[in-house]
Design a protein around this ligand. Structure first.
Ligand code: AHR
Length: 553
């Protein structure tokens, strides 16, 4: 089955491998010869890292809202206005900048008007994802109770300090429903009937939502459009929208992975009405899931997937190979965009990314599309965030799919149980990049070799990114070697370090993951680093994501 068919149908479709023992990364680094280098070039700034690169995605899908984010005001689970308190607290800690809602495929089946007004009067509707739910799934996952609508979602964003990013329904609602949603959210208190409705719900002040998606995956579940057809819809949906003095940042539904023709044909049709049309588009969405771990044996959406928890070292590398395609996707689509948008007014919005495994690792049985992230997903996520950091002029926003109880979750939650996954821990390590100036940085480390179906394959030994904010330098990197420590010299070209510390996540088992019972198997550790006349040398543990926080003189 193809991914597209899967989405259209709405149906779902080892053994532990221990690491070789680590080479004492706490031992005196200076006594060994460095095999790796990180060179930070202060005179080669590449642009400001948009905080929104560290964004999130919350779809009304299975356990994301009902049980994940929303527990209800009367719940015994600690909550703030019905929203899970522990989640809010951690999202504040990682400085969550932006959250996308309500989908995903769900968005193009959603009528925002169902989710406003008194809760007891809100209708129950069949969820887009109904077909993937099982007998074990609770009713709220199959039939949307609409307890979480625009008010609750925007309130959630406010509580965590993030901007809301709403996706409009292009497939099954008229353009008027879109501009009335904008009116509901943004018209000034007392100005319109919809502003009065919002006030009556306890929100007199406008929400001032500025990020709006115009459909989702319009090539598939979002309407099965051709790029030309979607471009016509995009123009029509955005010809007029009320702004109330604030610029709306409109995101066009973009390509799946390497479908260059979507990007090209969409833009070609948009500019048929003049290049001025490009000014309407703030960003073009790009989706990339690392799902095919078959090592080239199949393109079938179900058969190609691997297991989240049971994997061999070849699967470890295969996932990373699938994930690192992201860099070529960013530069490739950017190049196609430049054929029409020479000045690069339009940015890339990677509003869905992450690994996607076959079902079976759900911590809460019955949660469709839930999987248990391991250390492998932490490495994947660090690597992906570093790619975004290296392209600050191209990527304006990215949204990890998804926040809780779904795919590359930062959190897993069920009833009163809550755990931060290794992916959530990586977002902690990387938070200090937000708003920093990205600096060109050269990473060199010996290539790794592994067996890929009887053939020797290689993979790079270390990659990462660096950014500076005032006197604070952040260097993040991943060491994908399951067994080798990288003794790494840090060269700062154009600045001097005053003090430094290293935070990192790693584990001796590449399958390590946190559970409701054992919440702290993969947690960040921090240690101060000694600076000496010879500079800074750090031991980067095997299978690790590291963040070096350096105070400059
Ligand atoms: O994240 C799950 C689904 O993946 C989204 O609903 C859709 O946009 C994508 O195909």
């Amino acid at each position: 089955m193809k991914r597209r068919a899967f989405l259209e149908k709405g149906t779902l479709g080892a053994a532990g491998l221990m690491l070789a023992s680590k080479t004492g990364w706490n031992s005196a680094a200076a006594s060994r010869t460095a095999d790796s280098r990180i060179e930070v070039l202060f005179d080669e700034p590449m642009g400001t890292i948009s905080p929104n690169i560290y964004g999130h995605f919350t779809e009304n899908l299975s356990g994301v809202f009902y049980d994940g984010i929303w527990v209800g005001e009367k719940s015994k689970v600690p909550n703030i206005n019905g929203l899970r308190r522990e989640l809010i607290e951690h999202m504040r800690k990682i400085k969550a900048p932006v959250v996308r809602f309500p989908g995903g495929c769900f968005a193009d089946s959603y009528d925002w008007r169902d989710g406003i007004g008194p809760m007891e009067k809100r209708p129950r509707r069949t969820n887009f994802w109904n077909g993937v739910e099982s007998e074990k799934s609770p009713a709220s996952h199959k039939y949307d109770p609409n307890a979480v609508g625009t008010n609750e979602f925007v309130h959630f964003c406010k509580l965590i300090g993030a901007e809301p990013y709403l996706a409009a329904n292009v497939r099954s609602l008229p353009a008027s429903a879109f501009y009335q949603w904008v009116e509901y959210c943004n018209s000034p208190a007392g100005s319109t009937t919809l502003a009065d409705t919002r006030s009556a719900a306890g929100f007199p002040e406008p929400f001032r939502v500025k990020y709006w998606g115009v459909g989702n995956e319009s090539w598939g579940c979002g309407g099965d459009f051709t790029p030309e057809e979607y471009a016509v819809e995009f123009r029509r949906f955005t010809s007029w929208l009320p702004t109330y003095g604030d610029e709306l940042k409109l995101v066009a539904s973009g390509p799946n992975t390497d479908e260059w023709s979507w990007t090209r044909e969409f833009l070609k049709e948009v500019v048929r009405k003049g290049t001025g049309q490009l000014r309407r588009i703030y960003g073009m969405a790009l989706h990339h899931y690392a799902w095919n771990l078959s090592r080239g044996k199949t393109q079938d959406w179900d058969a190609g997937k691997g297991d989240a928890l049971k994997f061999e070292s070849v699967d470890w590398f295969e996932l990373l190979r699938e994930g690192e395609r992201m860099e070529g996707l960013i530069t490739g689509h950017w190049q196609v965009m430049s054929e029409f948008d020479r000045e690069h007014h339009i940015k890339l919005i990677v509003d869905e990314w992450g690994p996607w495994y076959r079902p079976g690792s759900e911590m809460t049985p019955g949660d469709a599309l839930e999987q248990t992230p391991t250390l492998r997903d932490a490495i994947f996520s660090g690597m992906t965030l570093d790619i975004f950091n290296r392209h600050p002029e191209k990527v304006a926003m990215a949204n990890c799919a998804q926040l809780v109880n779904c795919l590359n979750s930062l959190y897993l939650a069920h009833e009163d149980k809550f755990v931060i996954t290794p992916v959530g821990r990586v977002f902690e390590l990387y938070a200090s990049h937000q708003g920093g100036e990205s600096l060109r940085t050269v990473f060199s480390a010996p290539n790794l070799r592994y067996d890929r179906d009887g053939k020797s394959a290689s993979y790079w030994g270390m990659k990462g990114s660096a950014s500076v904010r005032g006197k604070e330098l952040t260097i993040t990197a991943v060491n994908p070697s399951p067994g080798e420590t990288r003794l790494t010299e840090i060269g700062l070209h154009g600045a001097t370090a005053n003090s430094a510390s290293m935070s990192f996540v790693t584990h001796s088992d590449i399958h390590a993951h946190n559970t409701f019972q054992q919440r702290d198997i993969v947690v960040p550790q921090t240690k101060p680093l000694a600076l000496n006349a010879g500079g800074l040398v750090v031991e980067v543990p095997p299978a690790s994501v590291i963040a070096l926080n350096i105070m400059l003189a």
